[in-house]
Design a protein around this ligand. Structure first.
Ligand code: SAH
Length: 294
């Protein structure tokens, strides 16, 4: 079902236990469920608490978007269960996952539910936690770096910047019925200069049309960041009017961002500098007054 990653040797595990003890991280008690975020992909983006949870858990139910390389830190005999919804396999239903969490905890296991990004950001973490609350199972939430912030940072796009946006709106492009959610597009369009959209590749066309109809400038910058923070990361910079077309040529998972903050990538694409020697433009917004410069 899933290739077991090479489990770390005992010296590495002892070092991780020492780190947890020296920082006073909480003990992972039997019968508890921890819902943790693994970050958007780069294994370095998990939190220390998340890593500690992996090292201590008896059972780990992990999602498609959680980087499996992190499972190397699991106990040698930990049960590693893929509970994702991709890979063309019969997928776990949400109720199956919640039931599994409850019954494993009742057996006295230390149960880790490892999710991509942050468990409380468009990740159904709250639904699972509410099931635990209903069943009287004690749980802890371990936040993670969400794709809509950390993923953009790896694309050199700051989610806020005072010259471009004092506010940001996060939305999902995938409602409960699989369609674009029925939001108040006029309010969304006026609400903040930057809009970050999760799960939106399929409906990017419709999303862009709704925003333009609601008054957003068709020429404003937008970007699509696929496989953010992974080695395969790709960034497509475009405009709102071409977002739908470019989304069709992009691969999932992808984050969409619309707003003037996208321009900052010209000056902040630090990964492009590392990977292809890209030259940065230190004044991507054209703000430096030539008269006063030098
Ligand atoms: N809880 C997650 C989001 C889960 S919803 C988080 O906080 O990041 C799944 C969506 O997240 C994907 O459709 C995509 O829009 C986004 N996503 C997650 N990981 C991503 C990545 N590495 N690159 C780009 N988008 C990602």
């Amino acid at each position: 079902m899933f290739d077991m990653p090479t489990i770390l040797n005992s010296a590495a595990r002892a070092a991780s236990a020492k780190l947890a003890a020296s920082l006073g991280l909480p003990a992972f008690e039997p019968g508890w469920v921890w819902l943790a975020g693994a970050g958007p992909g780069d294994p370095g983006l998990i939190t220390l608490l998340g890593l500690h949870a992996i090292a201590e858990a008896d059972v780990i139910l992990f999602d498609a978007l959680a980087n499996e390389a992190l499972l190397k830190f699991a106990r040698p005999r930990a049960e590693l269960v893929y509970a994702g919804k991709r890979r063309g396999k019969p997928s776990w239903k949400q109720a199956d996952i919640s039931h599994a969490l409850v019954s494993l905890a009742r057996k006295g296991k230390r149960v880790l539910r490892l999710k991509g990004g942050d468990p409380f950001v468009f990740g159904r973490g709250a639904e699972e936690a509410l099931e635990l609350a209903r069943a009287g199972i004690p749980f802890r939430i371990v936040p993670g770096v969400t794709a809509g912030i950390g993923g953009l940072a790896y694309a050199g796009i700051p989610v806020t910047h005072r010259d471009t946006n004092h506010a940001v709106t996060f939305i999902t492009g995938h409602g409960i019925d699989g369609k674009l959610p029925a939001l108040d597009w006029s309010a969304i369009s006026r609400g903040s200069p930057t809009i970050v959209v999760y799960m939106a590749l399929a409906h990017a066309d419709e999303l862009a049309a709704k925003l333009i109809e609601a008054g957003r400038d068709a020429h404003e910058p937008a970007a699509i960041v696929s496989d953010a923070t992974h080695d395969e990361q790709t960034v497509r910079v475009t405009t709102l009017e071409h977002l739908g077309r470019d989304a069709k040529e992009s691969t999932a998972p992808a984050i969409l961002v619309i707003g003037e903050n996208v321009r900052l990538r010209e000056g902040l694409d630090w990964l492009g500098v590392l990977q292809s020697g890209r030259t940065l433009n230190p004044d991507p917004l054209g703000r430096i007054d030539i008269k006063h410069a030098g």
